[in-house]
Design a binder for this molecule. Structure first.
Ligand SMILES: Nc1ncnc2c1ncn2[C@@H]1O[C@H](COP(=O)(O)OS(=O)(=O)O)[C@@H](OP(=O)(O)O)[C@H]1O
Length: 291
């Protein structure tokens, strides 16, 4: 029975070692997941921090917006008419306000539309420097991941503490994404002032691009080159320190070192994308000269 007890004890120890081992694996996987930048993009309901405040959506005319909940079906509709219909009552001046202690929620006055890895985070972060800009913290991914959750869900991201604030969000990623983006832009931004975030090379043009965007978004030109410095290590512009704050570059998952691509591969890629680029120039009415 002594042997049996020892055996059982050993068995138990092995079991607990195993569970510690698996817990560590889980922790490291999660850590790696976050370090690779994915956690950033998982949306958190930043405006809905305290359920106890019983935030209610109130239209300007005093109607309770929550009774008008509509659930768009992402699978049955394109980003076009369905959304357009639902947004027919939307306009920057037809704002919703949220009765809670965090200020009022506003409809977006500007939207950043961008493809994956198009540099939309940089544009968002740089626009955020502008004193009249209020932007969501994490990207809601409404149009590419959570469209079927409906506008009520999306509304939780409409937060701004200042009436004139602008909310910037990022929409439209996916297959054939550049065209979907542009279609989205056409269908969605017919009422809001829209920032067209297209840049051939964000490396050189971040700051001026931000200025350009701010100008087109109806903002005073406040953000200029003097807000940035070029970080040699990162190979990208970063925010200059203000007062006692430190210089701020985007996280490790933005502006990563890229492998050397053989020139013949680059040529083949350019050939492949040429007709798509032409189609894109036609859609936007602008030649970006990506060749
Ligand atoms: N200032 C600055 N700092 C860092 N990175 C910059 C900057 N400006 C543009 N970029 C480019 O942005 C790329 C990431 O784009 P996104 O933010 O749109 O990526 S994501 O699709 O949301 O994951 C990122 O892609 P990678 O270089 O592959 O990391 C950069 O090429």
């Amino acid at each position: 029975s002594k042997w049996r007890a020892a055996f059982n004890f050993g068995h138990l120890k092995a079991q607990s070692k195993l569970s510690v081992f698996f817990t560590m694996i889980l922790l490291f996987t999660y850590l790696f997941y976050c370090l690779s930048g994915y956690c950033d993009s998982v949306p958190r309901p930043v405006c809905d921090q305290k359920k106890s405040f019983q935030a209610k959506l109130i239209l300007n005319d005093g109607h309770d917006a929550s009774s008008q909940q509509q659930q768009p079906d992402a699978r049955n509709s394109s980003h076009g008419p369905g959304l357009r219909e639902q947004l027919s009552g939307w306009s920057p001046s037809n704002n919703l306000s949220i009765a809670n202690n965090f200020g009022s929620k506003k409809f977006p006055q500007a939207i950043i539309i961008g493809v994956k890895k198009g540099g939309t985070r940089a544009l968002l972060e740089f626009l955020r420097i502008h004193p009249d800009v209020r932007a969501v913290g994490s990207e809601p991914h409404f149009f590419d991941r959570f469209y079927d959750r409906g506008l009520e869900w999306y509304r939780r991201y409409r937060c701004s503490k200042e009436p004139g604030g602008r909310l910037i969000t990022k929409v439209c990623q996916g297959l054939n994404e550049i065209f979907i983006s542009v279609k989205c832009w056409h269908c969605f931004c017919y009422k809001c002032s829209c920032i067209k975030a297209v840049s051939a090379s964000m490396h050189e043009s971040d700051a001026s691009h931000t200025g350009w965007s701010a100008h087109h978004g109806g903002l005073k030109r406040v953000v200029t080159d003097k807000h940035f410095y070029f970080n040699q290590t990162k190979g990208f512009p970063c925010k200059k320190p203000e007062g006692s704050s430190r210089p701020r570059c985007l996280g490790k998952s933005k502006g990563r070192p890229h492998p050397q691509i053989p020139s013949e591969v680059l040529l083949r890629l350019r050939d492949f994308y040429r007709p798509f680029n032409l189609k894109f120039y036609q859609m936007t009415g602008q030649n970006f000269a990506w060749d």
